[in-house]
Write a protein that binds this ligand. Structure first.
Ligand code: KIV
Ligand code: ZN
Length: 518
């Protein structure tokens, strides 16, 4: 029997981006979108076009570049939202819109101040209006898992009549438990008039750690679309993790006998790495499927078993998610051809990468470090795939510290066309360095998050620093990698300042063009 497809609806660029610290700029969203194309997801929610000029622009850019998936913009039931969404996806090969309204009494009373009838009328109006312009209309009943099921039957029935082709049953607050959530699908599919003509979709949040289990239960009760994000990023505890759902369906094909997905699973690991690199949100070591320890066997008894036969402790093959078992890739004798070849083998997208700079960085790294690993390459390509001309460039850094003296940093930076040197003392070497950089830049951003991790194992591993800074209500992430973590920290900080400068320039251009700022 042929397996039915469970559509993978990726909302990394919308619900995922709403998670604290996951803000991405347009170029970063474009990189993620290219990766989603390689993953072969079915639907991409590119953003919420009406929420800001920046979101509108990024939905538009993503829509233009994606040949395969349906590209959607989220929209409230308001005419302005719908118009903005339609404009933003107009150049997509497969455009669509995702209209939502909250349906639980708690949300209707306290958030929307609407009656059930008003919400129903607004939904029918919105779906009918959007349907005049787009064939693909999805409707979501926000907080569905806490909504009166009879009201869900009514509202879903009416929006289906108005033209919705996919109906989504979100567990917005992560409140549902698997059996109950699954039963809701059975009930709705059996009861909603026209329910057999549409695709039923699950959208879960992970507040109780049940998002994946709930999504799988929904599939067992007839859902044929799962809304999810790479690495499970999203509001609060996150959304359903794409890689966990996809690999559960694949690995337990014996249980999920009648379904499969179209995802190219070998692209899972590169996608996870790319997103983590861009957002600076590190993947927990023990994260299922993509965590660094997911395929590591530490206990002697386990190692012994795996050496005798991998099946003793491995239910998935690392290669299936694109994690090469031999991760050693290149060294200092490798040439440009080998470098490019390895990127292609890994499926790393280097469109828009300054390959001269990337190769030079690879050579410099290979000189310092005996072995250059796949993760090192991903970091280099992500950092060199940029974007707009940088306002700041780090030219020189000298930091001194001892147990007897206050740490002190001297920094030379290029700011526009000028070269400026300044120095500062700080609480530690990183602090001194950041203070010197901010003096030169003439800014005083707040450091909201600072994380360091080793990209690969070994004493010569590159340190990868991610820092989030905030200035005038805007937060941005900066990343830097280097074999010296103070240097990696300075690079990450300067990268963040450049992103602030890009945003500033973008807002100014919008204001000059007479558009409303985000
Ligand atoms: O969690 C939610 O309810 C949502 C909707 C907008 C679909 O993200
Ligand atoms: Zn959500």
């Amino acid at each position: 029997m042929e397996r039915e497809i469970v559509q993978i609806f990726d909302t990394t660029l919308r619900d995922g981006e709403q998670s604290p610290g996951a803000t991405m700029n347009i170029e970063e969203k474009v990189m993620v979108a290219r990766q989603l194309e390689k993953l072969n997801v079915d639907v991409v929610e590119a953003g919420f076009a009406a929420s800001s000029e920046g979101d509108f622009e990024s939905v538009r850019r993503v829509a233009e570049l994606m040949p395969t998936p349906i590209v959607l913009s989220l929209s409230r039931t308001k005419e302005d939202d719908i118009r903005r969404s339609i404009q933003a996806v107009e150049r997509a090969k497969n455009p669509g819109i995702h209209i939502f309204i909250a349906t639980s009494d708690i949300h209707l009373k306290h958030k929307l101040m609407m009656s059930r009838q008003e919400a129903l009328d607004a939904s029918v109006w919105a779906v009918s209006y959007a349907k005049k312009y787009l064939d693909y209309v999805e409707f979501s009943a926000e907080d569905a898992s806490r909504t009166d099921p009879d009201y869900l039957v009514e509202i879903f029935g009416e929006v289906i009549k108005a033209g919705a082709v996919t109906v989504n049953v979100p567990d917005t607050t992560g409140y549902a438990v698997p059996e109950q959530y699954g039963q809701l699908f059975t009930f709705l599919r059996d009861t909603v008039p026209g329910g057999e003509t549409v695709k039923w979709s699950a959208h879960c949040h992970n507040d109780l750690g049940l998002a994946v289990a709930n999504s799988l239960s929904a599939i067992q009760h007839g859902a044929r679309q799962v809304e999810c994000t790479i690495n499970g990023i999203g509001e609060r505890a996150g959304n359903t993790s794409m890689e966990e759902v996809v690999m559960a369906l694949k690995t337990r094909g014996d249980v999920f006998q009648d379904v499969t997905t179209r995802v190219v699973t070998e692209q899972i690991y590169p996608s996870s790495q790319l997103l983590s690199q861009i957002t600076g949100i590190t993947v927990p070591l023990n994260k299922p499927v993509v965590g660094a320890n997911a395929f590591a066997h530490e206990a002697g008894i386990h190692q012994d078993g795996v050496l005798k036969n991998k099946l003793t402790y491995e239910i998935m093959q690392p290669q299936t998610i694109g994690l090469a078992s031999n991760k050693l890739v290149l060294g200092k004798h490798s040439g440009r051809h080998a470098f490019v070849d390895r990127l292609q083998t890994l499926g790393i997208d280097y469109t828009g990468t300054d390959m001269n700079k990337a190769f030079a960085r690879f050579k410099a790294l290979a000189d310092k470090k005996k072995n250059v690993y796949d993760e090192d390459l991903i970091a280099i390509v992500t950092e060199e795939t940029v974007r707009l001309p940088d306002q700041y460039e780090l030219l020189y850094l000298n930091v001194t510290s001892s147990s007897m003296a206050v740490p002190h940093a001297t920094v030379k930076m290029k700011v526009g066309e000028d070269e400026i040197v300044d120095s500062a003392a700080g609480d530690g070497m990183v602090d001194a360095c950041f203070k010197a950089v901010t003096k030169i830049a003439g800014l005083d951003p707040q450091l909201e998050r600072y994380t360091v991790k080793a990209i690969t194992g070994g004493a010569d591993a590159q340190g990868e620093v991610s820092c989030m800074i905030r200035e005038n209500g805007t937060s941005v992430n900066g990343q830097g990698s280097h074999t010296d973590i103070i240097m990696a920290s300075a690079l990450a900080f300067v990268n963040a300042l450049n992103k602030l400068a890009h945003r500033e320039r973008y807002y100014q251009s919008q204001t000059a063009a007479g558009r409303e700022g985000p």
